[in-house]
Design a protein around this ligand. Sequence first.
Ligand code: ZN
Length: 503
Amino acid sequence: MTKESLLIRNALIIDPDIHPVRGNILVSGAEITEVGPNAGEGCRPDRIIDARGGIAVPGFVSAHYHSHDVLLRGSFEPLPLEGWYMVAVPPNYPKRSREEIKARAMLGALECLRGGITTIQDMATVYPFDEDHVAAMLEAYEEVGIRVVLALQVADVPGQKGVPFWEEVIPKELHNSLTASVKPIGSASSIIELLRGQLARWQGRSERVTWGLGPATPENCSTEFLEKIAALSAETHCRVFTHVYESKSMALNARRHYADFGGSLIRYMESVGLLNDRLTMAHCVWLTQDEIERVARAGTSISVNPVSNLKTKSGVAPIREMIEAGVRIALGTDNCSCSDAQNMFQSMKLFCLLTAASHGGDGPPAAADALRAATQGSAVAVGLGGKVGRIAEGFKADFSILDPYDPALQPMNDPVRQVVYSEGGRAVRHVVVHGEVVVHDGKSTRIDEVAFAEEVERLMPTLRSDLAAILQRNRIYAPYLRKAHELTLREDIGLNRFIATPL
Ligand SMILES: [Zn+2]
């Protein structure tokens, strides 16, 4: 069977490290075979799209994302991370229907594609675990046509153990219903067996799906479990995704409970064999300078999530220090219930502007640094470095074409800066994944978006009523959670990641 070919004509092709090129992109099958002013000349492609001078942007890779709460977008005002756990994460909710699992995965993926995100790292919590729910997510991804690196979020230590002051401040009779980031779904050995089973069942079945391992946080995993994860990663070459120092509470917990490692989660991760170039740590807002340098030396990636860090009052990541130390930096869009949008344009813009607020002096990041993090940096972080993240010969054909007549791109003064600072997602016209046009003229080519939106609405009454019950239950916890949060903010841990006063 001959490969389908696609020619994109008359595009302005951008790359953070190369001067923009006006020309064509020739795609054969899933790959880009030629890029440049005369690319595809003389060949007779199966399909031609005239970009009309529009910008061709490498497909964004969201290096940190969770599909499990997509349907909760717009449900909350800014909340401290630990309070947000109690309303947003799956263990708070009754078991969901298969239809809801599939719809939320599909909606999140559709939003990503419509905004030029062609690959997601979905760190999905399936609680209680049900293999058929994993199948439902994979069906959704297949149907909508996105590329995904799936890692089930798992832990073997109850979440509340890792949150300072919770067990001291909250009355004992309420402890059993505390739901921090995750709930264990088994012992260390049984979870490893479950993960092996999932890898054996799914790995390699689709060219657009790869698998990773997702221990939720170091503090919600036993040392035994993390060592087993490190061994499984070494054996299977799966990348490991986890959350580190998202909030001050996580850094305070490290100071208190990891004294053998100088109060450092990074030194602890070194000791369990995880701090290497197969690891991607989300957030890292509260890293110290010494820890930043250790991460850089280890070749570990950090996925920065500026929007969710702001919404959960977690602070501003030390982005400039990471860049200057040579850390491999990626960008994520994180949960819909705390970023409200799967929008890499928002992440890129805040990546630059938050640093402008946290660091008054000259220095990075510039727009090209944000674009690099959202494409090549994130590709490395999800294990697809050298395969996606650039519009270049030999790379997978994952890219989007922007509308040249969108006001955000007029006048065209600097395409990279305007993609980062001016564009918000409105101009994304066509999106190609794995050589296939999955969004054309701003609409999915794979699904009927109107019928799907109606289906989502039909599923919502159950979720809305479950959310209402959770919000009602949480009235009892609210004063204790507030107290614990205030006590955490008052502790001196030797660094501050809030721009002004922590309170
Ligand atoms: Zn996360």
